[in-house]
Design a protein around this ligand. Structure first.
Ligand SMILES: [Zn+2]
Length: 134
């Protein structure tokens, strides 16, 4: 066993740093769960026989649940690609290995319309960032 205790990564769904470990619904199962939105690591089976005590096994199951949570938190990625020559904005990715984001492709105009971004907003943003307009 390592001397370094794993620190739970922040929630990939809501950004909360409050991740707790507790017993799951299944017999001798533990999980790590976001206190804010309820996302979880999935249940980790706890050792039930052999060397050690119930407290040792609970402690190890909680550490294993944090390790599983951290893998899930690492696995999220959102890709946004802008291709000016094709006037296409491609958005896709995945929250984790279980939940994908359906890929979307649209023009920049469609993107602005979808978000309610007007020419006035764009002009203001470009001015605020010191970008020149032709
Ligand atoms: Zn969360």
């Amino acid at each position: 066993m390592s001397n370094t205790e794993p620190v739970p990564r922040q929630c990939p769904f809501c950004g909360s740093p409050s991740i707790n470990t507790h017993e799951g619904l299944s017999f001798h199962a533990w999980l790590a769960q976001c206190a804010e939105c309820g996302a979880s690591s999935g249940e980790i089976r706890r050792q039930t026989t052999g060397a050690g005590t119930n407290d040792d096994w609970d402690r190890q199951a909680a550490l294993d649940a944090i390790a599983a949570w951290n893998m899930r938190a690492l696995d999220s990625d959102i890709d946004i690609t802008w291709t000016p020559s094709a006037d296409r904005l491609d958005i896709g990715g995945f929250y984790d290995s279980f939940v994908g984001i359906p890929p979307i492709s649209m023009t920049l105009g469609q993107f602005f319309e979808k978000l309610g971004i007007t020419e006035k907003h764009i002009s203001k943003a470009m001015r605020n960032h010191g970008l020149q307009r032709c």
